[in-house]
Design a protein around this ligand. Structure first.
Ligand code: ADP
Ligand code: MG
Length: 481
């Protein structure tokens, strides 16, 4: 620091001179006729024009198309207005344009009369470049956010949403606007809400990223499984202000896990059933033998022993059917008559139908209807379809099963029920995995059935009328040899 004391500016031309010329921004002063009175050094280096040049060509530093704009600006200053932060362009001596931010104000004499206009011209090339770079990187991020399948959202600590990516529509059915207006907490499954809230609380307390899985309600009412990765966003004081959440829809993965679990369970049950069926058959054989032995000894109870034998035979049949189904699939095809397969399956399901007083009526064609097939798989199809019919028909209803040849080389099997039917807007959903309207349904029956029928070179077709009933038509190629 210099020790030299300064005289106050009004009486110190040196100070004023230095203030004017050493300023970082370009400064210039015009008289009321638009003539240049003064330019500072920064003006000369910024624009490249000398003071003399601006005197000789007063508008040289203004792009032609902006002259009237500048004139208007100066006119305002001339009438006493102060203008600041006016963004426009100037023209360098080399002809290039220079983005500038102008401040213009009137210059007054000691009596207060306006005698000139002074202008500060700040070069904003760097600012504009920065804004452009920002805009560009923002555009990059935006396209990333728009292209990504994941849901990207920003929430405050009260879980109020501040931003959500358009992909929200894909996974929740809600448009971003609808989602922004909703209460996020209402969309989270009540059983998962506490877990989600604790995760976000721990995250903001520990300032560490966290992960949580939860179910969210889709607009159509279904639950969607989401895996959320959350990262705290800190403010300048290093406090957590917002949370950035990237969510992935893992519903399909969850369903696959569930499917595997169910399939596993079914195969365990299948094995168990096979074991039990086996165990039942042995005592059954003994019982049958004894009854046959007793029959001639109890002539007065012949009717009773006959019924006992018939019932034992039925048990045997059902148990045999269970064994066939539970047996590991051999995947060897054999020629079989569909009517025989249907009869076997009906034997298995008849008790259930009887319990609900549902008639299973068969109308089979007399001609042989032999097909080349994997017996167990086709039985599984028939069981699925008859079980669906049983579930759709209320007490005292009926299910009719018809078979007939079609076009010489096809057999047509029809399962007709007079049950609840299927609303027509739902028909196209049938056969989609996990589509079920039943509380304990799997929504796999029709999917597996159509796959099996297709593998056998056949077709499966469903027609239905709500409230009237449903018909499932299966065609399969007849085996002529
Ligand atoms: P699940 O029986 O486990 O629900 P399915 O794939 O067998 O799975 O059937 C899917 C859905 O199709 C059922 O939930 C039901 O809504 C409908 N459906 C199938 N068959 C019938 C039928 N005969 N009558 C009425 N609805 C049916
Ligand atoms: Mg079913």
């Amino acid at each position: 620091m210099s020790n030299r004391s300064l005289r106050p500016a009004p009486n110190n031309p040196d100070l004023m001179h230095s203030f004017f010329h050493d300023a970082a921004d370009a400064l210039y002063v015009l008289d009321l006729h638009g003539r240049m009175l003064l330019v500072n050094d920064a003006f000369v280096s910024q624009y490249g024009w000398t003071y003399e040049e601006t005197v000789n060509q007063p508008l040289c530093f203004i792009p032609e198309q902006l002259v009237s704009e500048y004139r208007q600006l100066w006119n305002q200053a001339r009438y006493g207005q102060r203008i600041s932060g006016y963004k426009t362009k100037g023209k360098r001596k080399d002809g290039t344009a220079i983005p500038v931010c102008l401040s213009c104000f009137p210059l007054r004499d000691t009596a207060g009369n306006i005698v000139g206009i002074s202008t500060i011209s700040k070069d904003i090339t760097a600012d504009i470049k920065m804004i452009e770079e920002l805009r560009e990187s923002e555009a990059h991020y935006r396209s990333l956010i728009e292209a990504t399948n994941d849901i990207i959202g920003i929430y405050d600590l009260q879980l109020k949403q501040k931003f959500v990516s358009p992909s929200i529509r894909l996974h929740s059915g809600y448009s971003p606007q609808e989602y922004m207006a909703a209460d996020v907490k209402d969309m989270i499954h009540p059983d998962d809400l506490a877990n989600v809230l604790t995760t976000y609380q721990t995250l903001s307390a520990e300032k560490k990223a966290a992960q949580v899985e939860y179910r969210a309600k889709h607009k159509n009412g279904a639950w969607v499984h989401l895996e959320a990765r959350a990262v705290p966003i800190l403010n300048e004081r290093q406090e957590v202000e917002n949370i950035l959440v990237v969510e992935r829809n893992i519903t399909e993965r969850k369903q696959n896990e569930e499917f595997l679990r169910k399939a596993e369970k079914l195969s365990v049950i299948g094995e168990l059933a096979a074991g039990i069926a086996h165990e039942i058959r042995n005592p059954l054989t003994a019982l049958k033998g004894f009854v046959q032995y007793l029959q001639p000894l109890l002539p007065e109870h012949k009717r009773l022993t006959q019924i006992m034998l018939a019932e034992l035979e039925r048990i045997n049949l059902i148990v045999s059917e269970m064994l066939v189904l539970a047996k590991p699939q051999s995947l060897k095809t054999k020629r079989k008559d569909v009517r025989q397969l249907l009869c076997n399956v009906i034997t298995l399901l008849k008790p259930e139908a009887n319990m609900q007083n549902i008639d299973i009526i068969t109308r089979f064609d007399n001609r042989p209807l032999e097909i080349e097939c994997e017996e167990n798989q086709l039985k599984q199809v028939f069981i699925n379809i008859i079980k669906n019919a049983l579930e759709a028909v209320s007490r005292n209803g009926k299910i009719t099963i018809r078979t007939e040849p079609r076009d010489h080389n096809q057999v047509l099997i029809r399962f007709i029920d007079d049950g609840c039917g299927i609303p027509c807007e739902m028909i196209h959903k049938l056969g989609e995995p996990f589509y079920t309207t039943k509380e304990k349904g799997t929504g796999l029956g029709l999917m597996i059935s159509s796959k099996i029928v297709k593998d056998h070179g056949g077709t499966l077709h469903i027609t239905s009328e709500q409230g009237k009933g449903t018909t499932v038509e299966i065609t399969l190629p007849i085996s002529h040899q």
